[in-house]
Design a protein around this ligand. Structure first.
Ligand SMILES: [Zn+2]
Length: 462
């Protein structure tokens, strides 16, 4: 069904801006469509299912997905053939182990063969991500169902903190805002966009102005940036500017000391949130704050022993992305299931992550702490093998790039333009082409490394 949202998306950008306010008055039911609300109602119920009911649901969805993958996805068709498997051999979650694990390198080497043949170019969304490793990965989503496969799950989670569907929030994130602006309000999303890039002690009052002007009750963002904002507010002697009801922390590890500092300042609870661009797993914290709930109506998650490290690797299967099924995808993250049940009585088990989401700040010329890991170079060009930022000294960074043979001068120009947008004059960045990217002792690479001694007067632990 064509929703008002679909029609809105087809309008050109400039006209769209002027229509935003008009469009924001259209009732949510018309904007999002009946199917969206049906999905929300379904998720309200499924969260209370028993473990057995959830497993039955996963098995049922898995059978459909495997049949689709075998029929329409060349990579899986060939994989099943070579492993002497038929779709009927995967009858339940317990049979998943028969299918080999899918690594990021396998995706890179088989990208088009992993895309379902019954999805045309105009029926997929192509997305580039690099996680925390700096090695780009391309993904395809089902365009038509994209808004059903993610947003309703997030709104359910927001609901656990009392937030209503479509309710107002502020999001401190990697937005590119007009020059000189640190906030901007999007009426369609009812969202106050706060720049995590521009945040500094000298302009934190402007953030306060935005939060007050739009009477924000919920804050979303990287815990490191939210914590930093609290430090700057305190440094300026500013006490709680608005009464928040909840803070949603995503994309990074939420450390206990960050949680304590944020909750104490804002007088409300933090709600941790773990998800991946690959959309194979969703972990979210409920109002009891006992750990992350593994949303087992979103995907299937296995915790597999890793002989080398002694940890458990998180292997995840998306139940919703038919454009590019990711079955037994090795997320690269490690964690384990907790034995206890949450007192909220939801059917989703609790789990813990072991590190893996550490991100760091680069320091701009004016002292601004800039979350480097969120600079989306892979969305600028897909002609690079890997990249890494290295800070040499305050306001100076190197961007090291291993390029593909297709890399051209225009790619370089696009990257320079993106850097200019993100950093303005606050950072001098030298782009260096290399064959080798620095690795840590355990062989992992990171998007960002700091090669200076910390110049950090706010006690932020990088
Ligand atoms: Zn709970």
């Amino acid at each position: 069904m064509l929703t008002a949202f679909d029609a809105y998306k087809k309008i050109p950008g400039g006209v769209k801006d002027t229509l935003k306010w008009v469009y924001s008055r259209v009732p949510l039911r018309l904007r999002l469509g009946e199917e969206f609300f049906r999905q929300c109602r379904f998720l309200e119920e499924s969260q209370w299912w028993s473990a057995q009911e959830l497993e039955n649901y996963q098995s049922e969805q898995l059978r459909l997905l495997v049949r689709h993958a075998y029929d329409h996805v060349p990579y899986y068709h060939d994989l099943f053939k070579s492993a002497n498997l038929l779709p009927d051999d995967i009858g339940s979650v317990k049979d998943l182990v028969k299918i080999p694990v899918l690594t990021k390198d396998m995706i890179r080497n088989n990208l088009e063969r992993l895309r379902a043949r019954n999805f045309r170019d105009n029926e997929v969304v192509k997305l580039y991500t690099s996680g925390t490793t700096g090695k780009p990965l391309t993904l395809y989503y089902n365009k038509e169902r994209d808004y059903l496969n993610f947003d309703p799950y997030i709104w359910r989670y927001f609901g656990w903190a009392g937030q209503k569907l479509g309710g107002r929030a502020a999001k401190l994130s990697a937005w590119t805002l007009p020059p000189g602006k640190v906030y901007s309000y999007n009426p369609v999303r009812n969202l106050l966009l706060l720049s995590a890039y521009a945040l500094s002690e000298s302009n934190v009052k402007e953030y306060v102005e935005g939060l007050k002007r739009y009477s924000v009750n919920y804050l979303v963002g990287y815990p490191s940036s939210i914590e930093l904002m609290v430090k700057f507010l305190k440094a300026k002697g500013i006490s709680r500017p608005v009464n928040l009801k909840g803070v949603f922390c995503h994309s990074e590890c939420l450390h206990d000391w960050q949680r304590a500092g944020i909750e104490e300042f804002w007088g409300c609870k933090c709600f941790d949130w773990y998800g991946l661009e690959e959309r194979v797993i969703l972990g979210v914290e409920c109002e009891q704050h006992k750990g992350l709930h593994l949303c087992s109506d979103y995907g299937i998650t296995e915790f597999e022993d890793d002989q080398k490290s002694g940890f458990k690797r998180i292997i995840a299967t998306s139940l919703t992305n038919y454009a590019m099924p990711l079955i037994r995808y090795d997320t690269g993250d490690v964690g384990y299931l907790l034995n206890e049940r949450c007192s909220c009585k939801r059917g989703f088990p609790l789990f813990c992550l072991q590190g893996g989401r550490e991100k760091s700040f680069a320091i701009g010329k004016d002292g601004a702490h800039i979350p480097v890991a969120n600079i989306d170079i892979p969305n600028v060009t897909n002609h690079i093998v890997q990249f890494q930022f290295a800070q040499k000294k305050r306001g100076v960074m190197e961007l090291r790039i291993i390029k593909k043979s297709e890399f051209q001068e225009t790619d370089l120009e696009k990257i320079q333009k993106k850097l200019e947008e993100k950093f303005g004059g606050n950072m001098d960045i030298e782009i260096i082409f290399t064959e080798h990217i620095h690795q840590t002792k355990n062989g992992k690479t990171s998007i960002y490394i700091q090669e200076i001694k910390k110049e950090n007067s706010y006690g932020i632990r990088n």
